[in-house]
Design a protein around this ligand. Structure first.
Ligand code: GMT
Length: 378
């Protein structure tokens, strides 16, 4: 099929899911057109069947806020009609679902019936979407989509609680490409470049927004390193990175924390890692936890949102109440104190991640596309 994908091209989870989905669809001989303001960070143009169309904004001094949705919907119209697209799949409702609705109306005038799929990723519903400034427009544009998906059962029920949604919501989990995390790479990984032989490596990867509770990450690590020699790797950038630095200095562990910045080499970093920390305030799914598990890394997380659908308490890691850093540290020590126990958790994590392999999940999206296409022919 010919599919347009609209997403944020950044390091955020929704952009990563959209990009990986597009690349996987192209490998299955679909023609995929990305419509974004920059080339998505994980987009690999070596694969054929992939196209990128940049949304360009005409800046004008009158505007305090540049009208991105306008440029985006115009680009969607141009690409859909030029390449005869059948589906527009928008990731993250704000403002993509709204722009897709506008494009759909414009295309109708040209006699084109484009089918719009909206995937809700989390904060587009919870923290941002339900804010009174956006709520009505988000609700309207989600209801106007031809199909709606969420990335977890938890996000589906939050969406139904917060909005008056008249559409059926399909739950399609985040997915993982297991080949990116080969078992062999794990055996060869050069962890000695990061930590001493007797040290454990704990890692947190995020965009360091308040929702990630970065200070909790450092506090958990502080309590762990009192019992077990260890290092903390902080990967990513964002507004709360400074909070993490200050916390590490305040607790006297700054020298044991490595700040690695944004990275496209997550597989390598996770390969070094013994334990992944994700104490988020809310997390619709927690793609990064799944990536960690695929790389044989158990996860210490909060129990908020969709995290219990990914991280299995006592098997792939542990879940604690949001903010309970002492419980998280206790669970981390329990896993790390004994190499045999750690190996068992690592094995379980990898095994469980297989449930979310791209081969398992991709057909659910393809079915939605096919069903919508068949609807058009009726
Ligand atoms: O939370 C982030 O860091 C980014 C955010 C996004 O929208 O880009 O991620 C959301 O979407 C991911 C992919 O579906 C989910 O795995 C994340 O859990 C979700 N983040 C939140 O709900 C906070």
């Amino acid at each position: 099929m010919r599919i347009g994908i609209v997403c944020y091209p950044t390091f955020g989870g929704s952009g990563v899911v959209a990009t990986e989905l597009g690349m996987a669809l192209a490998r299955k001989n679909h023609e995929v057109h990305f419509i974004t303001y920059n080339q998505p960070v994980r987009l690999d143009f070596i694969s054929s069947g992939l196209h990128f169309h940049q949304v360009q904004i005409k800046e004008y001094p009158l505007f305090e806020y540049q009208p991105y949705e306008l440029a985006l919907s115009a680009k969607m119209v141009e690409v859909v009609s030029k390449f005869n697209l059948e589906i527009l799949h928008v990731h993250y409702a704000i403002p993509h679902a709204y722009a897709a609705y506008m494009a759909k109306q414009m295309l109708k005038e040209q006699g084109i019936d484009i089918k719009v799929v909206t995937t809700l990723h989390g904060t587009d519903i919870t923290l941002v979407g339900s804010h009174p400034s956006y709520k009505k427009s988000v609700e309207f544009s989600v209801n106007q989509s031809d199909a709606v998906t969420t990335v977890s059962k938890s996000l589906k029920s939050q969406t139904l609680n917060l909005f008056d949604i008249k559409k059926e919501i399909h739950v399609i989990y985040n997915f993982i490409e297991l080949e990116k995390y080969p078992e062999k790479l794990h055996d060869e990984c050069q962890r000695i470049s990061i930590a001493k032989k007797d040290e454990r490596i704990l890692t947190h990867i995020s965009n360091f927004r308040p929702v990630k509770r970065t200070a909790d990450v450092v506090e958990i690590f502080y309590n762990v390193q009192k019992e077990i020699p260890s290092k903390l790797l902080l990967v990513g950038e964002g507004p709360d990175l400074q909070i993490a630095r200050l916390k590490a200095k305040e607790l006297g562990v700054y020298d044991s924390v490595l700040f690695l910045g944004n990275s496209v080499e997550l597989e390598k970093i996770l390969c070094y890692t013994d334990l992944f920390l994700l104490p988020s305030e809310t997390e619709s799914f927690g793609l990064v936890a799944l990536e960690a598990m695929a790389a044989k890394t158990p996860v210490i997380s909060s129990n908020s949102g969709g995290l219990p659908e990914v991280n299995v308490h006592g098997k792939t890691g542990f879940l604690s109440n949001v903010g309970d850093v002492m419980d998280m540290a206790k669970n981390a020590i329990y896993i790390l104190e004994d190499s045999e126990k750690l190996s068992k958790f690592k094995k379980n994590a990898r095994e469980h991640s297989k449930k979310f392999s791209i081969e398992e999940i991709l057909p659910f999206y393809e079915k939605i596309y096919k069903d919508l296409d068949a609807e058009r022919d009726k």
